[in-house]
Design a protein around this ligand. Structure first.
Ligand code: ATR
Length: 273
């Protein structure tokens, strides 16, 4: 049977095996999908061994995405732009192709929630790997403006300069930000520590859409905060997780699984509904 897995550390709680097993059942594909948790030093060898032993493809998650970028034979244009690889496919001619489906997953999830990106003002919080992966797919949707704000302003400035050729992207400090924005995307890891990016509450209004790439069994700190200040449309990153997986599955198998039912089952599995 064709073998796939996700590399991460820690990865024991990953939902990827659950998601891909449901995709395989739904599309009647014969495959198995597991987990691997090598140390940072062991990752390169573990990746090589997996493919030497007949593995067909893998996902790569924290903290290996940047390392995977350097280990593959060839990069897709979107992986090159993202500077990170979350999906690897062994092609028929034996080449390890590195791809990145995170940004496509974000945009697909935003659209599935009915969020308009074209001609709208988007505020992206954070300038780490998650922000970098999101920028090109967001700019491809032709927003009127995309502003990056980050605690360390120089990192936001670097990102804006790097992606300037793709659209109207600028960097502003949290203090400089002037609304109204139509959509705020939180790509920071602040919610992991229950912390908040230092955003002025005045930027939140009833028609704004709020997206947190993090997720949990209950609202993230950022989503709770946005709701308290009047946001009516809030979304967490669970849908992005399922959509990036669907995109990876499509890269591997050439068949696109449906995501709605799988997302519902995942929520049930997590006790969210
Ligand atoms: P990832 O790959 O998930 O993006 P990362 O590259 O470590 O992770 O980036 C984390 C991002 O969250 C950074 O933009 C970080 O801001 P700094 O560049 O200033 O470090 C941001 N971040 C983390 N904790 C934060 C907090 N409490 N408030 C604001 N931003 C935070």
């Amino acid at each position: 049977m064709d073998r796939y897995l996700v590399f991460g550390h820690p990865v024991r709680h990953s939902k990827s095996p659950f998601i891909h097993t449901l995709f395989a059942r739904q599309t009647q594909q014969e495959l198995e999908y597991g987990l691997a948790e090598p140390s940072v030093d062991e990752f390169a060898q573990a990746l090589r061994t997996f493919f030497d032993q007949g593995g067909k493809g893998c996902n790569v998650t924290v903290p290996f995405k940047e390392q995977a970028f350097t280990l593959v034979d060839r990069l897709s244009p979107r992986a090159k732009r993202a500077g990170a690889v979350n999906t690897i496919k062994l092609t028929d001619d034996g080449v390890l192709l590195g791809d990145n489906t995170d940004g496509a997953g974000l945009v697909a999830d935003l659209k599935s929630h009915g969020v308009t990106l074209a001609d709208n003002r988007i505020l992206l919080l954070g300038a780490g790997g998650a922000a970098r992966g999101a920028l090109a797919p967001l700019l491809a949707e032709l927003p009127s403006e995309l502003v990056i704000a980050n605690r360390t302003h120089t990192k936001a400035q670097q990102l804006a300069a790097e992606f300037h050729d793709l659209g109207p992207v600028t960097a502003q400090t949290y203090e400089q930000l002037a609304g109204p924005f139509d959509l705020v995307i939180n790509s920071t890891s602040a919610s992991l520590q229950g912390e908040l990016p230092p955003l002025a509450p005045a930027l939140i209004h009833t028609d704004i859409a709020i997206y947190d790439m993090m997720y949990g069994a209950s609202d993230t700190a950022f989503i709770s905060w946005a709701k308290q200040h009047g946001a009516r449309q809030t979304m967490d990153g669970l849908g992005m997780l399922v959509e990036q997986a669907a995109e990876a599955f499509t890269v591997w198998r050439g068949i696109r699984p449906g995501t709605k039912q799988v997302l519902r089952e995942l929520k049930r599995n997590l006790g969210v509904i």
